[in-house]
Write a protein that binds this ligand. Structure first.
Ligand code: PHE
Length: 445
């Protein structure tokens, strides 16, 4: 029915893959340090609001575009609205997914290095108070960060190589339940620690003064887009492998709820531990690499087991997200260049890995170049988080809300003549674009 285009084997396979894309470094590494830096509960509340007011409607919009378009992110826009400028949103998506994957692979490489160091005993042997040096020495090296980035990217490339059913769907079917299990075990353990009460208060009792700070809103919208894999076509691409029958609103709701639960449970795992050992929740991107290892060290022998499970968990979460990032380019190249999947995967994978090298070398390593005071990795992260992701999301929302025939858009979601459909349409027409525009404005000025 779809001229030989690949498809998911099962509906569950699609949902798991979409959850796999959403749940990643964003839910653990990024969510925990952004929450810690932004004061905890107030940020969490605004973030959850953004997820439901902006994230969910845009996710449903991406699913609709992908399934109707039956093509990669550029092709899907073109198929629905031939010859219209909306396709810029698609091009932006390919670009953004490429940029994100370039540094995502670097940070995932750090995670794999920590896993390896705990397995060999090297990380467990570090003196108390020594993890900042351990981390800084590693990321500032000239070969380590690149080696582990390559290692991680090789696994990503290998899985995407095997295609939608045998690579992406199968790996997510194994990884996602495993991930949930490890996370729940670790969070359960954290709740038995002395600082559990304080950690939970930090996460759930808002400091109302934080609501007046615009930077908290901008961080929340950025985090909402990043964590739901929105604004860059990963969800469009995944939905394009769907058959017609799947109910898109249910799938979108499921992804949003699971992704948010993952982040909150990750917070329940991390903050009690941070407070139990008197560490600073606002220690930035090093939170899971410096602060948590200090925590593991103070836990005694059980700490090493905890650490191994933790970094394994984060590595797997990162892997399923990186797969979806690479698939955006692969799917685009397969159509555009008429390449076979294998060829597209290797070329896109190698190019994006090479482009990540300057990021890998920029964290105290040999690449000392900065632009706007930002090292290369931070620069690429900022460009995507503050500008291209929200801009991509804006294109998607405006396209579905105003560019695409309303009747058709509603039909694709199966929400014709329903109240939910009307509400969704107004969110995607007015509320989401207004919110995104306001954040873009805040970020630019
Ligand atoms: N959502 C992923 C995470 O939370 C990151 C990601 C962003 C993946 C964009 C795909 C696309 O880690």
């Amino acid at each position: 029915m779809n001229n030989g285009r690949e498809q998911w084997a099962t509906k569950m396979g699609f949902i798991l893959a979409a959850v796999g894309s959403a749940v990643g470094l964003g839910n653990i590494w990024r969510f925990s340090y952004v929450t810690g830096d932004s004061g905890g509960a107030a940020f969490l509340l605004i973030y959850v609001l953004c997820i439901f007011l902006v994230g969910l409607p845009v996710l449903l919009a991406e699913f609709s575009i992908g399934r109707r378009g039956q093509s990669d992110v550029v092709g899907s826009f073109n198929n629905i609205a031939p010859g219209k400028p909306w396709v810029i949103g698609g091009v932006l998506g390919v670009l953004t997914s490429f940029l994100i994957l370039s540094f995502y692979g670097v940070i995932a490489g750090w995670v794999v290095y920590f896993l390896y160091s705990y397995l060999t005993g090297a990380a467990g042997a570090v003196e108390q108070g020594g993890y900042a040096d351990f981390f800084v020495n590693f990321i500032g090296g000239a070969t380590g960060p690149v080696f582990w980035q390559f290692f991680f990217m090789a696994v990503v490339i290998a899985i995407v190589f095997f295609g939608v059913k045998k690579g992406i769907e199968l790996s997510n079917r194994i990884f996602m339940p495993l991930l949930a299990l490890i996370l729940i075990v670790l969070a359960g353990y954290s709740l038995t620690l002395d600082g559990a009460g304080e950690g939970l208060r930090f996460l759930f009792t808002p400091d109302w003064s934080a609501f007046g700070d615009p930077s908290v809103y901008s961080a929340a919208v950025g985090q909402a887009f990043f964590t739901l894999s929105l604004g860059m076509g990963a969800m469009i691409t995944y939905a394009s492998y769907l058959p017609k029958e799947t109910k898109l609103p249910n799938a979108a709701g499921g992804v949003v709820v699971l992704d948010t639960l993952f982040a909150i449970v990750a917070g329940i795992m991390i903050f009690p531990a941070v407070f139990t050992f008197g560490l600073d929740p606002a220690s930035g991107p090093g939170l899971i690499f410096i602060t948590l290892p200090e925590v593991f060290a103070q836990m005694g022998t059980g700490g090493t087991v905890f650490a191994i499970l933790f970094f394994f968990l984060v590595a797997i979460a990162a892997l399923s997200s990186a797969i979806s990032l690479l698939e955006v380019s692969v799917s685009y190249l397969m159509r555009k260049m008429n390449w076979k999947r294998q060829q597209a995967t290797i070329i896109a994978g190698v190019v994006v890995t090479l482009f990540g090298i300057p990021s890998a070398l920029s964290q105290g390593g040999p690449l000392t170049f900065t632009l706007f005071d930002l090292p290369f990795l931070d620069l690429v992260d900022t460009i995507t988080d503050k500008y291209t992701l929200p801009l991509g999301g804006l294109f998607i929302a405006l396209f579905v809300g105003w560019g695409w025939n309303q009747v058709d858009a509603l039909k694709e979601t199966g929400l014709t003549d329903s109240i939910i459909g009307m509400i969704w349409l107004w969110f995607i027409r007015i509320i989401a674009p207004a919110g995104i525009l306001w954040i873009l404005f805040l970020n630019i000025f």
